[in-house]
Design a protein around this ligand. Structure first.
Ligand SMILES: [Zn+2]
Length: 170
């Protein structure tokens, strides 16, 4: 009897499996690089790090300052995800309610997960480009738009799922 483990089978990811595969946080260089031993508080946003997790809990008494991964992305101007709302008649007509839905999803996610935030918005040749500190958040918003208004979403992860480029069009 052998106890030797078989080497893991290299899985080729097809477009379809990449589409359904969730973003894995441990592959995010911002999370990897910034492991902190004890408790910390972010000087930029006030998020609190306890036992490996950033949250909006109350600040512990003895705590060091450490910029959280989300604020570090903001400082570096390195989004984890881009979501483009592709220009079109539907977007123009429903602009206000679409923005309301996006803000609702963002606020809800940010409350639950301290590192999920929108970073900025910019007009591009394609439409309105939103940037985020977290790929799950961009995907959640794209899926909420699709759920509410149908249309098409496109999700493209970079190798290693480090970054997401998403778009929604209708
Ligand atoms: Zn922060």
């Amino acid at each position: 009897m052998t106890t030797a483990k078989r080497p893991p089978v290299a899985r080729r990811s097809t477009r379809q499996t990449r589409f359904v595969r969730p973003f894995e946080g441990d592959q995010d260089p911002y999370l990897d690089r910034r492991k902190i031993a004890g408790s910390a508080v972010c000087p930029d946003c006030g998020a609190v790090h306890v036992r490996g997790k950033w949250s909006w809990r109350e600040k512990p008494k003895r705590v060091v300052e450490h910029v959280c991964p989300a604020c570090q992305r903001v400082r570096d101007k390195v989004p984890a995800a881009y979501l483009t709302l592709v220009d079109g008649d539907f977007l123009r007509v429903h602009d206000a309610e679409i923005m309301h839905l996006i803000e609702h999803v963002e606020a809800h996610e940010r409350e639950e997960h301290a590192l999920k935030r929108e970073m900025g918005r910019e007009r591009t040749a394609r439409g309105l480009e939103l940037t985020f500190t977290d790929a799950h958040l961009a995907r959640a918003i794209a899926e909420a738009l699709h759920h509410a208004y149908q249309g098409e979403i496109d999700l493209q992860y970079t190798p290693g799922d480090v970054m997401l480029r998403a778009s929604w069009s209708r």
